[in-house]
Design a binder for this molecule. Structure first.
Ligand code: PEP
Length: 222
């Protein structure tokens, strides 16, 4: 089986104490070579969680990025902020970010030219800016149907395969090989079937990633 990427998006479910405690538990997690694990805590705890996990192979990533430049951007997160604390990847346009921000994808115009790695979430294929993507640096896509996020309703494997293979064939026509993750109510009971598909390069896990035992089961299911 090829390498799979498992991302835990803690959203804003965890406070400071819980985030630190989950990070300490994760620091004991032994991952296999065929698994790459990333976690995305609340921005306020990014630095501390990153430090706790610095000796592990778990990558800590940001939940959002609003500007590549340091500028007047009240409440935003700049590239400088992230780089100063050694955070080298961000989610972009998560569905919950799309509710709050008018055009979260616009950050791509700033970060693609400078090659800052990101995980772009989409729910419809037309939201993927194919012409701006390249494989000069690591881009990850995450298919997240909005009706499956946080609802307990997972997309069927048939549906996931259909969307992922459609995106993969569009990417391949452009000569691109970009991993595509699935996200939407992934849990220990459904992850095995989803991750077994060759069309699925990994999963983006929200709720279940905030509980150590559940996340560990997902990571170990591969
Ligand atoms: C998410 O936050 O991207 C997500 C998929 O959440 P959940 O797993 O809770 O549906």
């Amino acid at each position: 089986m090829k390498q799979k990427i498992i991302i835990g998006n803690w959203k804003n479910y965890l406070g400071h104490k819980e985030s630190v405690s989950l990070a300490h538990s994760l620091s004991e997690l032994v991952t296999k070579d065929r698994t790459r694990v990333m976690v995305s805590p609340n921005h306020l705890y990014l630095n501390e969680v990153n430090q706790i996990l610095s000796t592990t192979n778990i990558e800590v990533i940001s939940q959002n990025l609003t500007s590549a430049e340091s500028k007047s951007d009240t409440g935003g997160i700049t590239l400088k902020n992230l780089k100063e604390i050694n955070i080298n990847r961000s989610l972009v346009a998560h569905s919950e970010t799309r509710i709050r921000e008018k055009n979260p994808q616009s950050i791509l115009l700033e970060i693609i030219p400078i090659g800052f790695p990101f995980v772009l979430c989409f729910e419809e294929i037309k939201q993927i800016p194919f012409n701006t993507l390249n494989d000069d640096f690591e881009i990850i896509l995450a298919y997240e149907p909005i009706w499956a996020i946080g609802t307990g309703e997972t997309a069927s494997i048939g549906h996931i395969n259909e969307i992922h293979s459609d995106v993969k064939s569009k990417l391949s026509k452009l000569g691109l090989n970009i991993p595509i993750l699935y996200g939407g109510s992934v849990n220990p009971s459904n992850c095995k079937e989803i991750l077994a598909s060759d069309n699925v390069d990994g999963v983006l896990v929200g709720g279940a990633s905030t509980k150590y035992d559940l996340f560990k089961e997902i990571v170990n299911s591969i």
